[in-house]
Design a binder for this molecule. Structure first.
Ligand code: SF4
Length: 195
């Protein structure tokens, strides 16, 4: 269920980018951060990957998702975990379950990228986000400044100057190396280069 990419310092979990709610609308808009999405192309459309994504969506919606996910995370050594290296939260119940997983794994740091502002706003009215997680709300369009009223955010830049912390991965072989900015509550905005 979890992935361990060489790029990042820990494990991650993904859902199909075809299931993104806001992302699906943005994917049709030229110049949006979801247009030409890498997770809707190439190997992501291979039958085995599509099947894995379906399986993972069932897992996210399972009644025992929280204890299963906590058990899986507790088996991993890295203190860093990334939610949604593709895909996004689907509904408020899923968001609340994610918060419960974060609460139950206080020794892990959770990075939760999202474009689903309303879903997270509703969830956060019901349950506060623990200190060991960062929800990074993404700007909608490439080169746009993300909404400043959200505590943590991200931007994608092509021609504009980077906003906040510039992701160093392109200059270090596509890897995070020592950088942990995406997980840091001290970093308000991270900018990624459009590739
Ligand atoms: S900003 Fe740092 S932590 Fe985030 S993806 Fe880039 S290298 Fe990794």
């Amino acid at each position: 269920m979890l992935s361990n990419t060489s790029k990042m310092p820990g494990y991650s979990v993904s859902l199909s980018a075809w299931k993104c709610k806001t992302g699906d609308k943005l994917a049709k808009i030229k110049g949006s951060v979801c247009h030409d999405c890498y997770a809707r192309k190439g190997r992501y459309n291979m039958p085995n990957v599509v099947d894995k994504m379906e399986e993972r969506l069932k897992f996210f919606n399972a009644l025992d998702f929280v204890p299963q996910m906590v058990a899986m995370l507790n088996k991993t050594r890295s203190p860093y975990f990334r939610w949604f290296d593709s895909g996004d939260v689907q509904n408020v119940r899923m968001a609340l379950n994610i918060i419960d997983v974060v609460k139950a794994t206080p020794e892990k740091k959770h990075w939760i990228p999202t474009k689903e502002r309303k879903i997270w706003q509703e969830a956060l009215k019901l349950e506060a986000l623990p200190d060991n997680a960062v929800i990074r709300y993404s700007a909608t369009m490439v080169d746009d400044t993300p909404p400043q009223d959200w505590e943590h955010s991200s931007a994608v830049v092509k021609n504009a100057a980077p906003i906040g912390h510039e992701c160093p991965a392109p200059t270090q072989g596509g890897k995070c190396g020592e950088c942990r900015a995406c997980w840091s509550r001290d970093v308000k905005t991270v900018s990624y280069h459009k590739h």
